[in-house]
Design a protein around this ligand. Sequence first.
Ligand code: ADP
Ligand code: MG
Length: 259
Amino acid sequence: MEIRENVTGVERRKLNHGFIRRISVLELVTAKDLKKTYGTGNAAVDALKGVSFSVEKGAFLSVIGPSGSGKTTLLNLIGCLDRPSEGSLSVAGTEVSGLSRRDGARFRGNKIGFIFQSFNLIPVLTVFENVEYPLVMVQEVPASTRSKRIMALLEAVGMADQKKKLPDQLSGGQKQRVAIARALVTHPELVLADEPTANLDRDTAQSIIRLMKTIRNDFQTTFIFSTHDARIIDEAERILRIEDGRLTSNGNNGGIRHD
Ligand SMILES: Nc1ncnc2c1ncn2[C@@H]1O[C@H](COP(=O)(O)OP(=O)(O)O)[C@@H](O)[C@H]1O
Ligand SMILES: [Mg+2]
């Protein structure tokens, strides 16, 4: 294969692995005819039946659709928690559909932040330590920079004064604020949130989505979140609607009817 002279070591390794594809630099996620089948034979479930779309850098996008439509499956594929059965999926310039479990985990650790429905904070760690955790796990950031970075994020989510508390001393909304800070601490290009407001009351849900949007504005981090909560869909700028494993609408928010 041709090795260009001006490519870096990392790029050359990617070229050697065939990971580089021609994609627009403005596209952070590109899916082509993406399919996911769980199980085999009579027990097979076609959770995604061929979806194609792209997500531009800096997007604030919501994946919507009824329960069982394939939202979690799609987010898990984008987040390299699972692999597609067919089709191609490019995330931040890397074709992730063929990544091994180990390479997928490394890619995820460096490029993607996660926010969960049930917050998933570690109960024995303080707020500060919970946000610090991904840095300890996946990145070698010196302790001095680490602390500054964590405190800046706790400030951004309005939780700096709670840094010594344990998760069970916090409300649901406060926990999700900490989880947002934790998702951002590795400076990921993409944050994925699977129904992040499902366990929150209406006002808190809206404030969490607005906080995510403020962070997108300030840090230019791309956000993809799923929801079937009509009350927060209005906050999304772009919407992908999935029904029964198929994409049924894809566009800017405003022209789309919500049910
Ligand atoms: N691990 C799994 N094994 C088998 N079927 C699954 C698995 N995960 C999800 N499914 C099925 O795939 C379909 C899509 O599920 P999911 O992506 O969780 O939808 P949503 O997040 O929109 O509720 C559903 O029919 C669900 O039952
Ligand atoms: Mg789901």
